[in-house]
Design a binder for this molecule. Structure first.
Ligand code: JS2
Length: 305
């Protein structure tokens, strides 16, 4: 007869089962407790292991709000300045810019690191619309802001995003280094910023076609400097099969005595380099449109009568 509560067939089994259940429960609880303790220890250990301080360089650190500035500039550019680029994805562009240098030694960033950014931007300038410059940044951009069909590098999206910004990361951190970034001469010849501008300038020159222009500063003793970015990167990367003429505008500060800088030795050096590339060289002193621009800022000057 079945004992109250005891079933002959499954009785032993239910007794054994409850014991196994208890053992399983105990093992499960023990594993859960051990896992929790280990997780807490690892988390606490992680907190104690602060990332090493960023490396100390001689230059300014990353510009504050770098990511927000780049994102804002991108939207401003594609929505208002050049709506023909309205289909570009600014979030992906900002992320690609950041990923080009974050978690890397800023002296070991390569041109390849910027390739995804360049690919996402994917912009070319129409023939006859490219303007280079050297030691004349302010005046040339005053001019291209009015002559909107002309493009300096800083009037393209790539140059517009980065102009006047500083940026670098650190191999031991996923954060930007806001304390300092390497300087070209004092720290390393190829910093994240200088690699960017050399790449951007070279690509800007390679893509140029037709008649290209350059604004040079006639108020300097050497308006053309072979060691400048224009002289050492852009000129040498013009493609003679694409570019037939380089037109130089040599500007003088409006208050200065005008002189014929187109016959100066440094301009003659430029002429030789360009002609040896089978590209026609044309030089203009005091280009009228640019003189007018200077008169806008100095209407009282006697030359602006
Ligand atoms: C650091 C910057 C910035 O033709 C022009 C532009 O296309 C430019 O890319 O290169 C030429 C100007 O360079 P250059 O001839 O050495 O003249 P510069 O007056 O000494 O200007 C140097 C600027 C080089 C590139 N660059 N570098 N940080 O924010 C920055 N912005 C630009 N354009």
């Amino acid at each position: 007869m079945a004992q109250r509560g005891f079933h002959p067939v499954s009785g032993e089994r239910s007794g054994r089962c409850s014991r196994n259940a208890r053992i399983g429960l105990c093992v499960g609880l023990s594993v859960a407790v051990i896992a929790t303790v280990v997780a807490v220890l690892v988390w606490h250990q992680g907190r104690l292991q602060k990332p090493p301080p960023p490396q100390k360089w001689k230059g300014r650190g990353t510009t504050s709000n770098f990511s927000h500035i780049v994102l804002g500039r991108c939207y401003t550019y594609i929505q208002f300045l050049r709506p023909e680029l309205r289909n570009r994805d600014c979030r992906k562009i900002e992320e690609a810019f950041r990923n080009a240098f974050l978690s890397k030694n800023p002296c070991q960033v390569t041109e390849q690191d910027y390739a995804p950014l360049i690919k996402l931007i994917n912009q070319t300038v129409d023939c006859n619309k490219t303007v280079f410059w050297s030691r004349s940044k302010e005046l040339v951009h005053q001019y291209t802001r009015l002559q909107k069909t002309l493009f300096t590098l800083e009037d393209t999206l790539l140059g517009y995003l980065a102009d006047d910004l500083d940026w670098c990361g650190d191999a031991g951190s996923s954060e930007m280094n806001y304390d300092s970034c390497p300087l070209r001469r004092e720290d390393c010849p190829a910093s994240a910023v200088s690699v960017f501008w050399t790449l951007a300038s070279r690509k800007f020159a390679e893509d140029a076609c037709g008649m290209v222009h350059v604004m040079l500063n006639g108020s300097l003793s050497t308006p053309f400097n072979i060691n400048s970015t224009f002289g050492s990167v852009e000129i040498l990367n013009l493609q003679p099969k694409r570019v037939h003429t380089l037109q130089a505008w040599v500007t003088h500060n409006i208050g200065e005595i005008s002189r014929d800088s187109c016959t100066s030795s440094s301009i003659n050096d430029l002429r030789s380099i360009v002609n040896n590339m089978n590209i026609t060289f044309v030089c203009q002193n005091n280009y009228r449109s640019i003189n007018f621009l200077q008169c806008v800022k100095n209407p009282e000057h006697f030359l602006c009568g």
